[in-house]
Design a protein around this ligand. Structure first.
Ligand SMILES: C[S@@+](CC[C@H](N)C(=O)[O-])C[C@H]1O[C@@H](n2cnc3c(N)ncnc32)[C@H](O)[C@@H]1O
Length: 238
């Protein structure tokens, strides 16, 4: 067993081999008590009507999931037919998803969806602009950036409560979520989608920025909503 301590936020949760898969578990828990990323458990059906898929919209370009977590949203988007670039900055969480994707890639019933996901270990605040630039210079396009930063004490994540507790233990609270929102709005992608609990206020750019990012629409489900922002550079007043 080779524990992979989280490189960014401490060692409260670790990714460690158990039963041939990498599980994310609390460092204080016994092997087998954690969670393994298993995309074969993904619920099928109604994908096209899922509020995240509707918020991202139609198109042929890729989608960046800038807060990959355990990969549920990235998998949903890939299952809807999108190519997804998924970024995760917490090493232990990234490694657990990479392991799940590798196993999915060896399963004939999952390999097509797994093949549409490119996972990277990176901090999106620093990586987004360069990623979008490289995609464009390579002839590709990015249709949307999706954000699901950890919301304080929220039970409304894409993940089951036990999994979100583990991710929180590994990655901590995303106190820089507004910086991430600003980075997403500034890299020239026309749609930015943010997952929020119903009680959370919409995101806003600092008043000093030359960019506007109006909230354009909200796509709701029982627990959460997906806010769609359409950033644009405000033209200077004459
Ligand atoms: C609420 S979870 C996301 C759950 C995810 N939507 C899913 O479907 O599994 C938030 C995750 O975003 C990651 N994250 C937050 N800010 C990030 C950033 N700037 N760059 C990369 N990952 C980030 C955290 O480490 C954490 O794993």
């Amino acid at each position: 067993m080779t524990p992979t301590p989280d490189a960014t936020k401490g060692t409260v949760a670790i990714a460690a081999i158990h039963g041939g898969a990498l599980e994310l578990r609390l460092a204080s828990d016994a092997p087998g008590r954690g969670t393994v990323v298993d995309f074969s458990q993904f619920r099928r059906g109604q994908i096209a009507r899922h509020p995240l898929v509707r918020a991202v919209g139609k198109g042929t370009g890729a989608v960046i999931d800038a807060t990959a977590g355990l990969g549920a949203d990235a998998w949903l988007l890939a299952a809807s037919g999108r190519h997804v670039i998924a970024l995760e900055r917490c090493a232990a969480v990234h490694d657990a998803v990479a392991d799940g994707l590798a196993r999915a890639g060896r399963d004939p019933s999952l390999e097509a969806v797994a093949g549409r996901i490119t996972l990277q270990h990176a901090d999106s605040i620093r990586a987004l602009a360069g990623l979008v630039e490289r995609a464009r210079s390579g002839g590709g396009s990015i249709d949307a950036i999706v954000l699901d930063p950890m919301y304080p004490h929220s039970g409304s994540s894409a993940l089951p409560p036990r999994d979100i507790r583990l991710v929180r233990a590994a990655a901590g609270d995303d106190v820089d979520a507004l910086d991430l929102f600003a980075a997403a709005c500034h890299c020239g992608v026309s749609r930015v989608v943010v997952r929020r609990p119903h009680r959370a206020p919409p995101m806003a750019l600092p008043a000093t920025t030359a960019l506007s990012a109006p909230l354009n629409a909200q796509f709701g489900s029982k627990l959460v909503r997906y806010d769609l922002y359409l950033p644009f550079r405000a033209s200077p007043t004459p």
